[in-house]
Ligand binder design. Structure first.
Ligand SMILES: C[S@@+](CC[C@H](N)C(=O)[O-])C[C@H]1O[C@@H](n2cnc3c(N)ncnc32)[C@H](O)[C@@H]1O
Length: 219
């Protein structure tokens, strides 16, 4: 085992730092023997975030996921949920990843080998625009969009979620990773849940994961 990796069981060891127009700080760090991607104030990929998203996939179940033909991931960063799907769930269908910041994809390719995944297509664009314009449909849509540690407001608006439901196949699922770190975020999620209920969709809420994450699973 390399020395930095070994030492990272005691303290995190930063090995690379950069920035982009979108993300003011991006860091690759050895943490507990694993490489992770962090933004200025939060974990972007691998580490706790990967655990939360792995948990959501297990909730849907391996047998259903194996039968999905198309999966859309909004917010790719280092690509940890994509790695979980491909390496652990052995998912063979088509994965489309939409990411606004090309620099995170450079890091994903260099440090996490995302470009070695044959059934993955990455599109660099704004997810809000993508779901408005795309004509394809998906069996699973994973929404994991953060500007550093902030969730942009458009994610909770009727227009965005209506566009998501339009491109979701019958019997498909949506996994929405949210952070509830204060009272206003709690109120935001309650309002969003009412919006989903008004659309006669089934919604499963899984709060307090790895601290502040609340997963919303819709179908
Ligand atoms: C928490 S990370 C995603 C982690 C990833 N799902 C994984 O499994 O490792 C959030 C990502 O959302 C991206 N993002 C923020 N706003 C976006 C937008 N409007 N459209 C697409 N991606 C966006 C950020 O650049 C960042 O890479």
């Amino acid at each position: 085992m390399n020395f930095k990796r070994l030492l990272s069981y005691l303290i995190p060891i930063k090995i690379y730092q950069t920035k982009s127009d979108i993300n003011k700080n991006l860091e690759i760090t050895w943490n507990n023997g694993q490489l992770v991607l962090d933004s200025k104030n939060t974990n972007f990929s691998y580490g706790n975030l990967q655990k939360v998203l792995r948990f959501s996939l297990k909730k849907i179940g391996l047998s259903k996921i194996s039968n999905f033909k198309t999966i859309l991931v909004l917010g790719v960063a280092g690509g940890s949920v994509i790695k979980t799907l491909v390496d652990e769930f052995e998912y063979k269908g088509k994965i489309t990843g939409v990411e606004i910041d090309a620099e995170t994809i450079n890091l994903a390719n260099k440090y996490f080998g995302l470009d070695k995944i044959d059934n993955l297509q990455i599109i660099i664009t704004d997810a809000e625009k993508f779901v408005k314009e795309i004509n394809e449909t998906y069996d699973l849509i994973i929404i994991d969009i953060f500007e550093d540690n902030i969730m942009p407001n458009f994610l909770f608006e009727n227009t965005f979620i209506s566009n998501i439901l339009k491109i979701l196949n019958t019997n498909g699922f949506v996994i929405f990773n949210t952070i509830v770190s204060d009272n206003s975020a709690q109120i935001r999620n309650e309002k969003f849940v009412k919006l989903i209920e008004s659309k006669k969709r089934t919604l499963q809420r899984i709060p307090n994961l790895e601290g502040d994450n609340e997963l919303l699973i819709l179908n």
